[in-house]
Design a protein around this ligand. Sequence first.
Ligand code: ZN
Ligand code: ZN
Length: 375
Amino acid sequence: MRIKLLMAAAIALHISPAFAHERAVEFPETEDGRVILAADLHTHSVFSDGEVWPSIRVKEAQRDGLGLLAVTEHLEHQPHKADIPHPDRNRSYEVARDTLEKSEEDGLMLINGAEITRNQPHGHINAVFLDDANALLVDDPREAIKAANDQQAFVFVNHPNWIPHAPDAIARLTDYQLGLIKEGLIHGIEVVNGTLDGHSEHALQLALEHGLTVMGTSDIHGLVDWTHEAGHGGHRPMTLILAKARTKEAMKTALFAGDTVAWSYDDLLGRPENVEALVRACLSLETSGYPDETSVLPVEIVNECPVSFTLNNVGDATFQNVGDLVHVDRNGSFTVQVRTGAVSPSIALTFEVLNTQIGFRKALELTLDMQVSGQ
Ligand SMILES: [Zn+2]
Ligand SMILES: [Zn+2]
């Protein structure tokens, strides 16, 4: 129904119905005034094994409403070398940067990055916020990780549940990777990877256990429209960064502090405090008060985020109009008729937020409360 209304609105405004799904994601601020920006820090272009010119990565990210993008070519894996034999591993970043500089749209920030690519036990490891990707093009991958850290890069393990490296698709860290983590040379881990359709509650567990930042990325090689239905109700997996300001430096600080939530489909994965801050930014309660002669209070659950929520009521009060399972559409709302027992000046609803993961197969539980005006 909402889609039909949006389509009608789009047609009335003479814009393409393809954009009626509010493709560009936008999140409200957290209660403590932090911005929530969408980042994709793992993407490819023809300068490694991707299928598009880097300019497309920028334009696509602008359509998706990203705040931060990195094009992270495989340093070593260069299958288009016969056609694009460029020795400079910063080249795709430079092409993307030129595209962004010529663009009239603002909002997107771009950083340099690279994927250090080996078999296990090293595996695939991304470094972003690089000054010079060429310095990482060395034989010993450990030296590449050190070179990235010398540039104060943010470094994270990619797709630890990738089937060629983990045939049972259970994410594990190798002893080699654990050594790098112990030395402080690795700072994050992907729990979602869009190209491999990888979603890993085991990787989330590893992130929590080792104090690593929770990352969600597209690892896109083709177009997000093809694989993630972008513009048609879908979106690429992203890292939502909770930062003090809309600047690269603030994004970097938040990444090192671990202030992120990975977002894929409607799943939100992260440390409990970050997921809670995000959900509280999205959801709030509204009511116009008790109708006469009843203690059943209509309460609208308002969702200001482009994520649909599935809530399980675990509080004492039950609802007159619906069972305990409540679905709140993205950028929408749902009204529950709460049997409060007696007219009360305030109301609190406690939900398990079923589309969140704050631990191994564990959803966030939170209480939303509100004063009832006129009582
Ligand atoms: Zn990879
Ligand atoms: Zn990749």
